[in-house]
Design a protein around this ligand. Sequence first.
Ligand code: HEM
Length: 127
Amino acid sequence: MSRRLFILATAVFWCGVLAFWLAGRLAGPLPPAAQPVAQPPAPAAERLLSLAEVAAHGVPEDCWMAIDGQVVDLGAYLPEHPSRPAVINPWCGREASQAYHTKGKGRPHSAEADQLLATFRIGRLAP
Ligand code: HEM
C-alpha cells in the first residue's frame, strides 16, 4: 500500500515538474528587463539675471559682470587675469561690454579671451 502511495506521489511530482517545464516553453522567452534609457542631460535652463543682481556681486572675491548680454561669474578668474587688478576689478558688478571690447585702451581681447569668457557664463542679462 505504502509502495503504491510512493509511486503515485513520485508520478505526481514529476508531472508537476513536466507541467512547469511545458508552461515555460509555451510562454516563450521572457521579455528583456526594461533597461533605463540614458537621457541626454537637459539643457540648463537659461538663467535670466537683472543688472541689480549683477550689482550684488561687485567685489573681486565675488565678481559678476554683464558682457554682451551675458552674465559671467569671474570670481575664480580675476587672480589669473593678465592686467593689473586695478584695470579689471572696478568692472565687477557692472555692465562691462565696452571695457571688455577695448581693454580700456581701444584694443580688443583675443579670440582666446572670448572663448575663456564663455566658460564663465552663468546666465543672460534680463532685458
Ligand atoms: C571687462 C573688463 C576687462 C578689462 C578692462 C580688461 C583689460 C585687459 C588688459 C589691460 C589686458 C592686458 C594687456 C593687453 O593684453 O592688452 C588684458 C588681457 C587679457 N584679458 Fe582682459 N580685461 C577685461 C576682462 C576680461 C575678461 C572677462 C576676460 C576673460 C574671462 C579677459 C581675458 C583676458 C586675456 C585672456 C588676456 C590676455 C590677452 C588676450 O588674450 O587678449 N579679460 N585684459
